[in-house]
Design a protein around this ligand. Structure first.
Ligand code: AMP
Length: 271
């Protein structure tokens, strides 16, 4: 595995990369969800490029940028074991040599909803860094997790609207055996919070199985964990548009468990 930290070394590694090139973008603190993206990429592409960068642009003031877990040595071990060919681990100065960029990707109205409503500027920051990493890595295909379902949709929209010659593939959410969606932020949870956090996946499952009114069913489940503060619990169509009356749909939720904000979502078939 070739670990590169500068643009020059990335460009040199990219220039000799073989065949179909896949990219997996992460903020590090790798877990089995990230590894699943890498495994999927490994199975479908000739060269697997991993990026690890905690992007300051997508954290609002007061969010967890400073305390976001950084476990680079362990990340590189996992990456090696998953068959990554090139790991790009830029510093902030490598990604943003001029400081915070003046020009950013505008996510449009969809970027102001759900995550965008609770985290102003979040999707501007995400799409700007994803766009920059697309330019720097020039992948044929890019893998993103359904765990961040709205993010996946926003990235697909950017690729479409900017005519980027990149195939975007979504990978199903990897969960703990008890249902909790894997997340780098799960490390923040104290044992009692870890138990309470199960309400997210429990509420989504209950709603997906409800005979009527999935949203009310899901919200009622949150009442069983009064110390978990629900942010949103919504039903949309699979493209995040208005909820359909029947057929395929998506349930999405976000909640605060103590000081930790968690998100999750699930596919649903409305009867
Ligand atoms: P992050 O490092 O949290 O920014 O995530 C990097 C990529 O891994 C994103 O495409 C995420 O959607 C994906 N990812 C994170 N957690 C999971 C999970 N539990 N299952 C599948 N993909 C995930």
């Amino acid at each position: 595995m070739n670990v590169v930290e500068t643009r020059e070394r990335l460009a040199a590694a990219r220039a000799v990369a073989r065949g179909r090139v896949a990219v997996v973008m992460t903020m590090g603190a790798l877990h089995d969800g990230h590894v699943e993206l890498l495994r999927t990429a490994r199975g479908e592409a000739d060269t697997v490029l991993l990026t690890i960068f905690v992007n300051p642009l997508q954290f609002a003031p007061g969010e967890d940028f400073e305390r976001y877990p950084r476990t680079m040595a362990n990340d590189l071990e996992l990456a090696r074991a998953a068959g990554v060919d090139i790991a790009f681990t830029p510093t902030r100065d490598v990604m943003y040599p001029q400081g915070a960029p003046a020009v950013r990707v505008d996510p449009g109205p969809a970027g102001e909803e759900l995550e965008g409503a609770s985290r102003p500027g979040f999707f501007h920051g995400v799409l700007t860094v994803v766009n920059k990493l697309f330019q720097l890595t020039r992948p044929d295909v890019a893998y993103f997790g359904e765990k961040d379902y709205q993010q996946l949709g926003m990235i697909r929209a950017m690729v479409r609207d900017f005519d980027l010659p990149i195939e975007v593939r979504g990978v199903p959410t990897v969960r703990e055996p008890d249902g909790l969606a894997l997340s780098s932020r799960n490390r923040y949870l104290a044992p009692a919070e870890r138990r309470a956090a199960l309400v997210l996946s429990r509420a989504l499952r209950a709603a997906a199985n409800a005979q009527a009114d999935p949203v009310a069913t899901g919200i009622a489940e949150f009442a069983t964990e009064p110390e978990v503060k629900l942010d949103y619990f919504v039903l949309t169509d699979p493209m995040l548009g208005p909820a359909p009356a029947h057929g395929p749909a998506r349930l999405l939720t976000a909640a605060w468990v103590g000081g930790t904000r968690l998100i999750d979502n699930i596919e649903v078939q409305l009867p």
